[in-house]
Design a protein around this ligand. Structure first.
Ligand code: ATP
Length: 242
């Protein structure tokens, strides 16, 4: 039981959620460690959404609304921490959801599918239909759904690894990352990087999508044109002060 006034309460609750997901077979061993890396960066950014991240969230909303075929890529950590927000965002955007795992097993993919369905997602790609391959990647990491990531023009990749992010960019997809580490390869390779904690960033992204939904395309394009990911990452780096 975590006391209400514990200074790390939110962080500890997230940890509990992740461990629960681990026990249910959604999260891999490596996923627990990756979360620890995220926690360290969240501590440094002050465990709140900073201004540069807000700019990235706005650009991400514009990019997702402009996309013809957007897809949200979901791994074990994302499913365990934020299945409901993923379901809500997908509904708002009318976009697809695909399970894409670094350490893929069919059992884990199936469990994640079940968990997403319980959160209200009707169709989950990438479980039984991962027949296409991302070029330049090897082993299980390269498997994707033709209907999903393979043909997508814009992919939201919360908590992705650098190789796969780079491969998606090379395939010509507009790539939006959510990653607490502004120095990671994913953060530097993606077109838009939201340097914020996943469960804080997704509700803000949903709000931004709702706000921008009725704006015309020219307005959305002008948001993207003004957006500079390098600058935003540099601003985040300065906030952390290294
Ligand atoms: P790269 O290959 O991009 O350089 P990496 O090897 O550091 O990245 P992984 O070990 O795959 O990446 O870790 C996942 C990344 O996700 C880390 O950069 C970590 O900061 C980030 N991360 C972990 N948990 C969260 C979270 N809850 N919200 C946002 N980012 C997170």
């Amino acid at each position: 039981m975590i006391p209400e006034n514990h200074p790390r309460r939110k962080s500890l609750l997230l940890r509990e959620r992740l461990i629960e997901g681990y026990k249910r077979g959604l999260v891999s061993d490596e996923g627990l460690i990756a979360h620890g890396r995220g926690e360290a960066f969240d501590y440094l950014i002050g465990e709140r959404t900073r201004e540069p991240a807000k700019k990235a969230i706005k650009a991400a909303a514009a990019a997702l609304l402009l996309a013809k075929n957007p897809v949200i890529s979901v791994n074990g950590n994302v499913a365990a921490l934020a299945a409901e927000s993923v379901a809500e965002l997908a509904k708002e955007l009318n976009c697809k959801i695909e399970v894409n795992l670094f350490y893929r097993t069919e059992d884990r993919a199936g469990r994640i599918e079940g968990h997403l369905r319980n959160a209200g997602v009707e169709k989950v790609l990438g479980v039984k239909d991962a027949y296409a391959r991302i070029p330049e990647l090897f082993s299980e990491r390269r498997k994707v759904s033709v209907e999903g990531i393979y043909l997508a023009d814009c992919v939201l990749i919360p908590l992705e690894d650098g190789d796969r992010c780079e491969a998606l960019v090379k395939m010509g997809k507009r790539t939006i990352a959510i990653d607490l580490n502004p120095l990671s390869r994913t953060a530097r390779k993606a077109h838009i990087t939201i340097v914020d904690e996943l469960t804080r960033a997704l509700p803000l992204l949903i709000e931004e999508v709702k706000k921008l939904r009725y704006k015309d395309k020219a307005h959305l394009k002008s948001i993207l044109k003004k957006y500079n990911n390098k600058k935003v990452l540099e601003e985040m780096r300065k906030l952390i002060n290294f």
